[in-house]
Design a protein around this ligand. Structure first.
Ligand code: KIV
Length: 266
């Protein structure tokens, strides 16, 4: 089975093949998602919230990200592993290359993601691409700027902001990005950007007219219940399943049944 590469993402768009992307943070989940046919495993900095219990993505460190990227890379056979550069880890092109390079060199990722399209972020993208580090860009609601945005808000509602996002998308493509995540933007804006770009758009809360979709794994399977974004698609209720299964185990232990009636464990 041939692993998916960053250049394959563009070929998938050209062939009209939707890109299936899910976040992953550990080995077992990576194996399950890879075997389920997911094309792109994003080790998102959402790790800070759904795995480490922080209120935002801001506190996660490079060392923490590296630890989880290594685990996901060990589990991925076919899927492209993309590692998120954490907040303030790509302020200059040199920092972007040093940190992005660590994800490829020390942790087995095949691409990195960074948020935003301002001049510094465009320079960081160019520098990474020049060093052979594929970049997935991210525009719209970029969670590392949650405080600047004043909360989890749809971006690109005003014509001025919509134009800014469209222009930044084109600049990021010119800078060499392999794909663009569009988060929390109006569906019409996502549809327009999709037709303007040769690289694929991967939406989250951006409507159906994207070249792919990405979801946070814990939202998809109902494992993180502190905050469920409106755009989260729930395909399972694993939080409840765990409660029910572990509750039965606890009942068996407390009633002295555990290991006496093994069939109750299934
Ligand atoms: O960190 C993350 O999970 C992300 C996705 C929401 C795209 O950036």
């Amino acid at each position: 089975m041939k692993p998916i590469t960053a250049p394959d993402l563009r070929r998938m768009k050209e062939r009209g093949e939707p890109i299936v992307a899910v976040t992953a943070y550990d080995y077992s989940t990576a194996v399950a998602l890879d075997q389920a046919g997911v094309d792109l495993l994003l080790v998102g900095d959402s790790l800070a919230q759904v795995v480490l219990g922080h209120p935002t993505t801001l506190p996660v460190t490079m060392e923490e990200m590296l630890h989880h990227v290594r685990a996901v890379s060990r589990g991925a056979r076919r899927a492209l592993v993309v590692a998120d550069l954490p907040f303030l880890s790509y302020n200059t092109p040199a920092e972007a290359v040093a940190n992005g390079g660590r994800f490829l060199k020390e942790a087995g990722a095949a691409a990195v993601k960074l948020e935003g399209g301002n001049p510094a972020q465009l320079q960081a993208t160019r520098a990474l691409v020049e060093q052979g580090i594929p970049v997935v860009a991210h525009l719209g609601f970029t969670p590392q700027s949650v405080h600047a945005f004043g909360g989890y808000r749809l971006q690109g509602k005003s014509p001025e902001r919509a134009l800014e996002i469209r222009e930044q998308a084109l600049e990021l493509e010119k800078a060499g990005a392999s794909a663009l995540v569009l988060e929390l933007v109006p569906p019409e804006l996502a549809a327009a950007i999709r037709t303007e770009l040769a690289i694929p758009t991967i939406g989250i809360g951006a409507g159906p007219d994207c070249d792919g979709q990405v979801q946070v794994f814990h939202d998809l399977v109902g494992l993180y219940t502190d905050h469920v974004p409106k755009h989260a698609a729930r395909y399972a209720r694993v939080h409840e399943t765990i409660g029910e299964a572990v509750g039965r185990y606890a009942d068996d232990v407390r009633a002295g049944r555990f290991l006496r009636v093994p069939s109750t464990a299934t």
